[in-house]
Design a protein around this ligand. Structure first.
Ligand code: UDP
Length: 385
């Protein structure tokens, strides 16, 4: 019988444990340094208000892959939820992501789709061919005015640098639409688990072959490698190697909690785009479960800052120096034996839940197949870095 150790009980570790337990004659130890499972997707009921809170910030499940949607729905019940974010800028509230309503509100017009497209085209910077940075991407597709209002200040607060220093890929996450569709995501499958994400992870891990240990930090050692047939690491890759090539850059977020009676802002998420407002957004969590009734409410102001030793890493910055450092870590990881690295932190990528789950499912398959074929198991999921 095989003996596996998984470091980290977030989605990567939990999906992997689930798939290995179903397909291999094995026992699995899964450790997490926190006092709970589900990593940054952890949800729990707030004691004072009874509202289900997303302890590490809002998580709205959305995917374009039916098999991933079917997978999570086969484990717990999801209810449909469409994320409709609002933005506050200079005292006015606007619709997001940038859509026909935003354009008409902002320029005080009543354009139809074709008129709006022409108008925005006139504003767009036509000298930019292949946008290299966040700023160029914005200037090419929405022009200076919308960029300055909705993206410049917010992005400076969120990332702590000029948008011209950031990759275009960050902005490509968000759609720009010339109709009144204000769904924040383009993906066709979107919802929230009725009893929260922690239950989903609990069920993934509910198998006699799996033993979960909390408050247990992973430190690599040769003894561990002797004890287990394979180790799967889902923590930060630089920490695994004791930061021998330096620290990878991350932004972290902190939350200021408030409770009140009734309804605070009438929506799950409102972004604050002015750069003189210190927080980036306010989330009011009872609006993530519109099927529940609560007299009281709880909301969080979200602040972004550089990550220090004590902070939880959230957003990989992936500046040029980080990418160079990452290659060194990946090379070191490639020469390890009996260890694999997966998930957002171990691959140092900006990943949503559905990316993490999809990748863990594919990785599990590849690992199981390598076992059957007697070939070397994959060190990383099969992706570009
Ligand atoms: N962004 C912005 N203004 C907004 C919302 C987003 O400038 O009102 C930028 C910001 O740089 C952010 C990126 O777009 O990091 C991607 O936004 P998304 O909502 O996908 O970020 P997440 O939910 O992952 O924090």
């Amino acid at each position: 019988m095989k003996k596996y150790l998984i470091a980290g009980a977030g989605f990567s570790g939990a999906v992997l444990a689930n798939q290995l337990s179903k397909n291999i004659d094995c026992v699995i130890d899964i450790w997490d340094e926190r006092d709970h499972i589900a990593g940054n997707c952890h949800t729990k009921r707030d004691e004072e208000t009874g509202v289900m809170i997303h302890q590490y910030g809002p998580h709205i499940f959305n995917t374009d892959k039916k098999e991933i949607w079917d997978f999570v729905n086969s484990i717990v019940e999801f209810k449909p939820f469409i994320n409709r974010v609002k933005a506050k800028y200079k005292g006015n509230i606007y619709s997001l992501p940038v859509n026909l309503h935003t354009i008409n509100q902002f320029f005080n017009k009543s354009f139809n789709p074709a008129e709006a497209k022409d108008f925005i085209n006139e504003q767009a910077d036509k000298t930019i061919d292949e946008p290299q940075s966040f700023e160029e991407q914005a200037m090419k597709f929405i022009g200076k005015d919308l960029y300055k209002a909705f993206f410049y200040g917010y992005t400076k607060k969120q990332w702590g640098c000029e948008p011209s220093e950031l990759p275009a890929s960050i902005l490509k996450r968000l759609p720009v639409r010339f109709n009144y569709d204000d769904n924040y995501y383009n993906n066709p499958y979107q919802g929230i688990p009725v009893n929260g994400y922690t239950e989903l992870v609990e069920k993934l891990l509910d198998h006699p072959k799996i033993t979960v240990t909390l408050n247990k930090k992973f430190h690599f050692s040769e003894e561990l490698l002797q004890q287990y047939d394979h180790i799967f690491y889902t923590g930060p890759i630089d920490a695994f190697f004791n930061y021998q090539f330096g620290k990878l850059g991350y932004r972290t977020v902190t939350f200021e909690k408030h409770t009140a009676d009734g309804d605070h802002q009438g929506n799950a998420v409102i972004n604050y785009c002015d750069d003189n407002v210190p927080y980036t957004r306010v989330h009011e969590h009872k609006h993530f479960t519109p099927w529940e009734q609560h007299d009281k409410t709880v909301y969080f102001k979200e602040f972004s800052k550089e990550t220090t030793e004590q902070d939880i890493p959230y957003y990989p910055k992936r500046l040029q120096q980080d990418k160079t450092m990452l290659l060194q870590y990946r090379e070191a990881a490639g020469s390890t034996e009996k260890i694999s690295f997966l998930g957002r932190l171990a691959t140092y990528r900006y990943m949503d839940m559905h990316h993490v789950i999809g990748e863990a499912l594919d990785f599990s398959k590849a690992f199981i197949q390598a076992g059957l074929a007697g070939t070397r198991p994959p060190v990383f999921p099969n992706t570009e870095n």
